[in-house]
Design a protein around this ligand. Structure first.
Ligand code: FBP
Length: 549
């Protein structure tokens, strides 16, 4: 395969590891844990994996490890750094015992069930070091939650002599990893399961998991292109750019990009929900900011919109919740309804209030809400064109205001959606190091005989040398939530905290950014050069750790 000069230089990059992982490690156990909520329910559902202690790896004496065969799965959406998790895992396993083997299950969790796999040899791993993408083994969104699937997993693991599986995924995939770990313990089949925190959305985090991998690189890519668009807007001075950013459930990506680029308007879904805003409130807020700038002769600007916005609007959230329950209860009947009758079916089966809201939505949005779900039952918000919807609604409002003289200006718009552009970018130094360390830590958890743990690398606003490597029981992150009409144990999503450092900083600045043109142009990710240019973690991480940006 032909490679660019940067790819060649990047292949030679040696990711940094926490100091403790550079030599021999021993395990130090912390306090016993409990789940973030619903302790009694989670304990009952996970009798074998509940309450385990947190773990930290510290430098120690050399130890002999038996050779072990391990399987690895990439699950869900791509995130920069996945290949480095796998290379860190590979190197860690080989360091413990050079006869250990790593198998990659192909195409996501379905590879385990359908017995599709490849042995990952040193030659294959070397091709993918420090590269973006998940193409080394592919990914998929198949849910692992049926006993038959778990048993198919045991079959292939027995055939290949696999004693541990590493699942690299987001909150849903790691929830499934924990269910699998619990089942394999109950069955006493001797297969460990370890999770790794992945998602560009940044919503899988807590005290021990400071960030999910991929968030750093993806937001750096989006911030670069937002900056480029800002410079274009400030040069041409004729367009308002509406930019939707990925982040299915949480607005971390949008908030991080705002902190990096200082656009005029940024919507944060979590705030919309807390303030119980309606779609009209949001449109009015944007229109007012456009009118204020127009009064200063500035008929251009930037609006950032998180892709999950729609689901945060309380009225629509209620509608989606009823839709989920109704569809779950009537799934068999609904599946038989002809495609062109499905919307009518939905309207007839909703409460009056929600049916009215459903019918008031643009057809494209209502179709998405009712008909297009991913295998975890999530609304596929990346397919809803919120940026266009908002631009049109703001345009209409401004046209009304123009009639009454409340607004004088020109309003021409451009729309963008940045998501897929960032998910497979070559990992930043931060993600390259963080992912390699996560993978390496996963190998240590396997060596320590652990199961039901998520690989954890902390203290990430310090240089990599000072990072702390360990594991956190997945049950400690769980609570009970309604999924497809039933209460299920799931990892609690980390949403933007309105009293947290990143949001508070943004809120203190946004009025100035709205009226002025205070754009920042971050430029492209730098892989080589001074540390302050190449190795900076996200603004979100810095502010969450009480540091300045
Ligand atoms: P994960 O949570 O699986 O990492 O995926 C995140 C994400 O990129 C979201 O931001 C987006 O809504 C979704 O995946 C898009 O999914 P798909 O790749 O299936 O279109």
């Amino acid at each position: 395969m032909k490679k660019s000069p940067l790819q060649i230089a990047r292949a030679a990059y040696q990711p940094k590891l926490p100091a403790a992982l550079k030599g021999n490690v021993v395990l130090s156990e912390g306090a016993a844990t409990q789940s973030v909520a619903d302790q009694a329910d989670i304990k009952k559902l996970f009798p074998n994996t509940y309450g385990m202690p947190t773990i930290q790896f510290v430098a120690g004496e050399a130890k002999k490890y038996d050779a072990v065969n391990v399987g690895v799965i990439l699950s869900g959406g791509q995130a920069p750094g996945g290949h480095n998790v796998i290379s860190g895992l590979f190197d860690g396993l080989k360091k413990m015992n050079p006869n250990s083997k790593l198998y990659g299950f192909l195409g996501g969790p379905s590879g385990l069930v359908d017995h599709k796999y490849v042995e990952l040899t040193a030659d294959i791993i070397d091709e993918y070091r420090n590269t973006g993408g998940f193409d080394i083994i592919g990914s998929g969104r198949t849910k692992l939650e049926e006993v038959e699937q778990f048993d198919k997993g045991i079959e292939i693991c027995n055939k290949l002599g696999i004693k541990a599986i590493v699942i690299i995924g987001g909150d849903d995939s790691n929830t499934n990893a924990c269910v699998l770990a619990e089942y394999y313990l109950q069955k006493k089949c001797g297969i460990q399961v370890i999770g790794c925190p992945k998602t560009i959305d940044g919503d899988l985090k807590n005290e021990m998991i400071e960030t999910s991998f991929g968030f750093d690189t993806a937001t750096k890519v989006y911030a670069e292109v937002i900056g480029n668009i800002q410079r274009d807007a400030n040069s041409a001075k004729k367009y308002w750019h509406f930019i939707k950013l990925m982040g299915r459930s949480a607005s971390h990506v949008t908030l991080e990009c705002a902190l990096k680029t200082q656009p005029n308007i940024t919507l944060i879904g979590e705030e919309v929900e807390a303030k119980k805003q309606t779609l009209d409130d949001i449109v009015t807020y944007i229109a007012q900011a456009v009118a204020n700038r127009a009064a200063k002769g500035l008929n251009f600007g930037i609006v950032l919109v998180p892709e999950g916005l729609i689901e945060f609007i309380p009225a629509i959230k209620k509608l989606i919740s009823e839709l989920n329950d109704m569809l779950a209860a009537n799934q068999a009947e609904f599946d038989k309804v002809a495609d062109d009758q499905k919307i009518d079916y939905v309207v007839k089966h909703l409460s009056k209030e929600n049916a009215a809201i459903f019918e008031s939505l643009p057809v494209a949005v209502s179709r998405q809400l009712a008909l297009e779900r991913d295998p975890h039952g999530n609304v596929q918000v990346s397919l809803i064109e919120t940026e266009q919807l908002l631009a049109e609604m703001v345009g209409k409002k401004l046209a009304e205001w123009k009639k009454s003289g409340k607004y004088v200006g020109k309003f021409a718009t451009q729309h963008h959606f940045f998501g897929y552009e960032g998910r497979c970018a070559a990992p930043s130094n931060f993600d390259a190091d963080y992912c390699y360390s996560l993978g390496y830590t996963a190998s240590m958890l396997i060596g320590a005989g652990k199961t039901g743990y998520m690989s954890s690398v902390r203290n990430t606003t310090e240089p990599a040398d000072k990072w702390i490597s360990g594991g956190i029981p997945i049950t400690a992150m769980m609570n009970m939530e309604k999924r497809n009409g039933k209460m299920k144990p799931v990892i609690q999503k980390a949403l933007v905290k309105l009293d947290g450092g990143p949001f508070k900083y943004f809120a203190s600045k946004r009025d100035e950014w709205a009226i002025n043109t205070d754009f920042v142009y971050p430029g492209p990710i730098q892989y080589f050069g001074p540390s302050e240019v190449c190795d900076q973690p996200t603004h979100t991480l810095l502010l969450e750790h009480g540091k300045n940006i």
